[in-house]
Every structure is written in structure tokens, then in C-alpha cells.
Design a protein around this ligand. Structure first.
Ligand SMILES: [Zn+2]
Length: 264
């Protein structure tokens, strides 16, 4: 039904003979850029036919491109309704790129959160990142960077110890150095650089990392009192992480339009 091009067919009972293939007039043929599958999917979506299985980027990307080209908001809205299903969420960077491309702000925010498990500096992501507009790219980098930067700032503030100067043991008054905490902070921030979500820090790193073990085992050399309360420190780090930005933010509506405007 949806295969193009089609030959002219005579109506039933008509005396007019359908032209043979060799006599098909040039005007009978409509040339389009889309492949047959994409065109069939597009027409099914606008004709009330059963919706095809839309579960991969390779299927929906050419479909969206065609729907936009032919000014068909219906198919665009149907794909948008499906875009946060597991098939697409599994590749959050591609999801973010697609949502920015079509101006789907809320979905782009959701996707930006999901990218926090990824290291944007990995060369394999470069091709996808190049498809983003400058503002969308900067928004994503800003989100990733701000989580690391904000956490670094917070770890240097109370209730965490000040490792910049010598301190006194609260039990015996002897001079203690908090270099183990300084080294643990470095490892935490390094991990945030490659996985800004921070989940691996809380779930595993602060128990298993050698720098973490050294920190929790550190004691005052004079009275043998432990220097850090592990339970309270973990709790404080988690509270800091919970307050970190977790999705892209746009400054104002005009920037939103620029950020989410399609990139040709
Ligand atoms: Zn002491």
C-alpha cells in the first residue's frame, strides 16, 4: 500500500487500461529521499494504521527527520511520547542529542541526568557530541563540571576537617595532620571527573579505595584516637552530593530557544 513509486491503476470496471510499466509517465513517479521503510512508518503514523515498532534510534531518527521535513507534527509527537522508554534511555547521550535537536526540553533534562554516569571526554562520544548545538553542548559540560566543582568546594568546608594547616587532636591536644583526608578528597574528585553521578563513590569507593581505608584507619600518634568518624563523614558526603545540580539548567527563555533549536 505504501510502496512508492506506484503505477497508475485503472478503476474496477473501467474501460481505461492501466498503462504498462514501460509506458509509465514521468509524472507518475514521485521521488523522495526516504527509504521505503521510513516512508511506510511515516504514513502509517498519519493514517491511523497500526503503529510500527519504534524502538531504536536507527528507526526513529530518519522518521523524525522526514516528519519535520514534511511538516508532520503528529508523528513527531508520537515519537516524543515514546522517547523515554528503555530502548532509548539505554543511550542517554544520543537521547540528549535527539531531544535537543527537536526542542524537547523536559526530555532533554531527563537525558542530561542520565548522562552523569558517562565520561564525556571519552573519544568514542565525540561523534555524538559534535551533533549538538554549542549551547546544548555547553549546558551539558557545565552540568558535569559543576557537580565536580561544587563537591570540591563543599569538601573543603565544615563539617569536614581543614587539611590546609596543622590541627590539634581533640582528645590529647597533640598536633595531627589530615593528609589522609586530603588524599581521599583527591580520589573522590578524580572519580567525579569520570563519573559525575558520584554513585560509585558512595556505594563502593569510600569502603574499598586504599585512600579511603587509610583515612578511616588514621589515628593520633600520641593517644591512638581515630581522626575521622567514618559514619558521619559518609553521611555528610552524601548530603553534599544530594544537593548537587542534576540536570541542565537554562538561563532564560531566549537561551532555551537557542539551546534547543534544531541544528541543521
Ligand atoms: Zn590524640
Amino acid at each position: 500500500m505504501f510502496s512508492l513509486p506506484q503505477q497508475s491503476v485503472a478503476a474496477p470496471g473501467s474501460d481505461i487500461q492501466a498503462p504498462s510499466h514501460s509506458s509509465t509517465l514521468p509524472s507518475d513517479v514521485i521521488y523522495v529521499d526516504e527509504d521505503a521503510a521510513t516512508l511506510e512508518f511515516l504514513l502509517r503514523l498519519v493514517c491511523g494504521q497500526a503503529i510500527p515498532k519504534l524502538d531504536s534510534y536507527d528507526v526513529v531518527e530518519p522518521l523524525l527527520y522526514a516528519a519535520e521535513k514534511y511538516d508532520m507534527p503528529g508523528p513527531l509527537s508520537i515519537v516524543r511520547a515514546l522517547i523515554t522508554t528503555p530502548s532509548f534511555v539505554a543511550d542517554p547521550l544520543r537521547l540528549y542529542t535527539l531531544c535537543c535537536r527537536y526542542g524537547w526540553y523536559e526530555e532533554a533534562q531527563t537525558a542530561s541526568t542520565l548522562t552523569l554516569t558517562m565520561n564525556l571526554h571519552v573519544p568514542s562520544h565525540r561523534a555524538t557530541l559534535l551533533k549538538l548545538s554549542s549551547v546544548s553542548l555547553l549546558n551539558l559540560y557545565e552540568l558535569h563540571h559543576s557537580r565536580k566543582d561544587n563537591l570540591r568546594t563543599r569538601l573543603n568546608e565544615t563539617p569536614f576537617v581543614n587539611d590546609a594547616t596543622e590541627a590539634s587532636c581533640s582528645n590529647c591536644g597533640a598536633i595531627v595532620m589530615y593528609h589522609t583526608w586530603r588524599e581521599l578528597k583527591y580520589v573522590i574528585i578524580t572519580e567525579m571527573d569520570v563519573r559525575p553521578m558520584g554513585d560509585t563513590i558512595l556505594e563502593k569507593g569510600l569502603d574499598d579505595w586504599p585512600a579511603a581505608k587509610a583515612c578511616w584507619e588514621a589515628k593520633c600518634q600520641k593517644c591512638d584516637r581515630v581522626l575521622y568518624d567514618k559514619r558521619e563523614t559518609l553521611k555528610a558526603i552524601k548530603q553534599c552530593m544530594d544537593k548537587l545540580p542534576n540536570k541542565i539548567e537554562l538561563v532564560d527563555a531566549s537561551e532555551e530557544r537557542r539551546s534547543l533549536s534544531p541544528r541543521k
